[in-house]
Write a protein that binds this ligand. Structure first.
Ligand SMILES: [Zn+2]
Length: 315
């Protein structure tokens, strides 16, 4: 049985739900298959540019990626990423371009993943996260890290190959840990980063270092940032976080002691909140309710036991 009895979020975590997309990686090196898939009439394509894509409202009140058949998406001067197929056999591609296409209908609008990830369904959110992650990686890995020569795109966007030394470079994903720490009075530890606006408190987070387990990273980050020792760590869920290339690993953690000693560099202030104290701080406006795509709000909500108030007080 879980130490954290209520550690089951009843609300989905952004970009974490099953997408229904089979990435079908075995097709990535098959140029003939890719060409046939590209020209198939049911194939759907969207453009990714600078981390943005066009999204549009649906008649049902939802939001979707604006996708077109491939014949409406010319390939000139673009990179083509094959993203996978769905259960109906529809193939999905993203085109990386220097700019988004002109708006094809009035309600379509450009959006980054932080906004779109909260609005799109699991399929479109996963497609966009995949495309944005590839674009970020492509942009930052144009040169070979072995010999310094230019690399070229291969494997439908999933490899960069060096034509000088033959090295193949694969997209990287950097693990980061994000954790809600509670103490023996079941209070939650929330911190304020130095550059955050006043009133914003959230979970602590940080990158996993080389040669370190994720559990060790949780304990190290909490101690570095807040001076709190961690006695127990329990994994909750993960979330792709391609800003530019992270994977967020979410944890609940139990503190060994409640004394706080903030580092003052990353974290300016950290405090223990009981549920009642946090509720009162939200109501008075002293603390801004966490908002956004990040798993942070879900971790806090698991402990809080009910949905957090929405920013602006409309809860
Ligand atoms: Zn090279």
């Amino acid at each position: 049985m879980s130490t954290f009895d209520n550690a089951t979020a009843d609300r989905p975590i952004g970009l974490t739900a099953p997408s229904g997309i089979d990435r079908a990686a075995h097709h990535r090196l098959d140029e003939a298959w890719l060409a046939a898939a590209w020209s198939h009439p049911t194939t759907r394509v969207f453009v990714v540019s600078g981390g943005q894509a066009l999204i549009d409202d649906t008649p049902e009140g939802g939001t979707e990626l604006l996708m077109t058949p491939s014949f409406e998406a010319p390939l000139t001067e673009t990179h083509r990423y094959f993203l996978g197929t769905d259960e109906k056999g529809v193939r999905y591609f993203a085109l990386q371009k220097d700019s988004l296409p002109g708006r094809m209908d009035q309600s379509a609008r450009p959006a980054g993943l932080r906004e779109a990830g909260m609005l799109l369904g699991p399929r479109d959110g996963a497609l966009m996260a995949h495309a944005v992650a590839l674009e970020n990686w492509q942009r930052l890995h144009r040169f070979c890290s072995r010999c310094g020569e230019r690399t070229v795109i291969a494997a439908a966007g999933h490899i960069r190959r060096c034509q000088a030394c033959g090295a193949e470079h694969y997209p990287r994903t950097d693990p980061a840990v994000i954790m809600l720490v509670t103490d023996d009075q079941d209070r939650a530890l929330l911190g304020r980063q130095v550059h955050w606006p006043e009133g914003r408190f959230s979970t602590l987070a940080g990158f996993v270092e080389p040669g370190e387990s994720i559990e060790q990273a949780v304990a190290r980050e909490v101690f570095e940032e807040a001076g709190v020792t961690v006695a127990e760590v329990e994994y909750v869920a993960s979330q792709p976080w391609p800003f530019p290339s992270s994977l967020m690993l979410g944890f609940m953690a139990r503190a060994g002691a409640s004394e706080i000693n903030v580092d003052g560099e990353e974290i300016e202030e950290a405090r223990w909140f009981s549920r009642e104290e946090l509720t009162a701080a939200f109501a008075s406006g002293e603390i801004l309710p966490p908002f956004g795509l990040s798993i942070a709000a879900r971790l806090i909500e698991i402990w809080y036991g009910k949905p957090l108030p929405k920013p602006g007080g409309a809860a």
